[in-house]
Design a protein around this ligand. Structure first.
Ligand code: F6P
Length: 321
């Protein structure tokens, strides 16, 4: 294999473990004789040629850091012809042979568009707190976000219990309910609302009234930000029951902080696998884990297919409340 010049990008929403993935890519890549470069600020840096060489020293001390040392952005320009032309220029100017993109759905779409413009080997590494990417059971950062939310809700539960209030906790997840479902079952929430399952609000109101009758006034509801009508639910439940309702939006808290052991391990495995793909000349694939085995999926499938949510887990959560 001739020496390859490989550019690495972290793009889209940051996810805890992106740094651990970068570290693995750089260290394993160097071992295999590759030349590694970091592109700053996601696709924005690719447009404006913000590129720096990376070596094993430049990625030391980052395995435990949340965020991404390369920085990231939501780059709208990469969706335009002009933006793609600019990206092409940077790639050609630096003679990059390969591009490793660490991110989610939008990041992979961007990479596929770049591929249409310029002949470059592309490998995707799924990193997103949302865990909404087809082709991998888990994405880098998901476990950390779930643990952060679980810890935060454990704190909220204390005050929910003491004041006998209904606490509604909104979690991230974009259009999907992976975070809400996992968090909901792990905190023992009385109600879990995910976009994949439409719940009858009247039934929930009736249940809450039943709870009230038996003196149970402290309740937890975990709701995914993508659930239809999520913003109106606290007011409706407050009006329709005698309960004191409080809303807590966890928001960006879930995206920060040191990656959990699991997010780090996944990042190290995915990073190493990405290098293996480069060496084996695998093109346009995303690395991932399925049934505990590292696998690759064509990037086109990863962005084109919808990942199924585990409805058995949803049923179980209901049975356990
Ligand atoms: O994809 C990660 C995520 O945090 C989603 O859960 C959320 O909907 C979105 O990003 C927020 O995006 P932004 O950082 O652009 O506000």
């Amino acid at each position: 294999m001739r020496v390859k010049k490989v550019a690495v990008i972290t793009a889209g929403g940051d996810a805890p473990g992106m740094n651990a993935a970068l570290r693995a890519i750089v260290r394993m890549g160097e071992k295999k004789g590759l030349l590694l470069f970091g592109v700053k600020r996601g696709y924005t840096g690719l447009l404006y040629n913000e590129v720096e060489p990376l070596n094993r020293r430049s990625v030391s001390g980052i395995i435990n850091l949340g965020g991404t040392i390369l920085k990231t952005s939501r780059c709208e320009e990469i969706k335009t012809e002009i933006g793609l032309e600019m990206a092409k220029k940077t790639i050609e100017y630096n003679n990059f042979d390969a591009l490793i993109v660490i991110g989610g759905d939008g990041t992979f779409r961007g990479a596929l568009d770049i591929k249409k413009k310029v002949d470059i080997q592309i490998v995707g590494v799924p990193a997103s707190i949302d865990n909404d990417i087809y082709g991998t059971d888990e994405t880098i950062g998901f476990d950390t976000a779930v643990n952060t939310a679980v810890r935060a809700i454990d704190y909220l539960r204390d005050t929910a219990y003491s004041h006998e209030r209904l606490f509604i906790v909104k979690v991230m997840g974009r259009k999907r309910g992976f975070i809400a479902l996992e968090v909901g079952i792990e905190v023992g929430a009385e109600f879990i609302l995910i976009p994949e399952v439409k719940e009858d609000l009247n039934k929930i109101i009736a249940e809450l009234k039943e709870f009230e009758k038996i003196g149970k006034r402290s309740n937890l509801m975990v709701i995914a930000e993508g659930y239809e009508g999520a913003d109106q639910i606290p007011t409706i439940l407050g009006n329709e029951t005698k309960l004191e309702v409080r809303l807590s939006v966890l928001g960006y808290l879930q995206r920060g902080g040191p990656p959990t052991a699991r997010s780090r391990l996944l990042a190290e495995l995915f990073g190493t696998k990405a290098i293996e793909c480069l060496i084996n000349e695998e093109e346009n694939v995303m690395v991932g884990i399925r049934d505990n085995k590292l696998e690759t999926t064509p990037l086109k499938e990863a962005v084109g297919k919808e990942k199924e949510i585990n409805l058995e887990l949803y049923k179980l959560a209901k049975e356990l409340t």
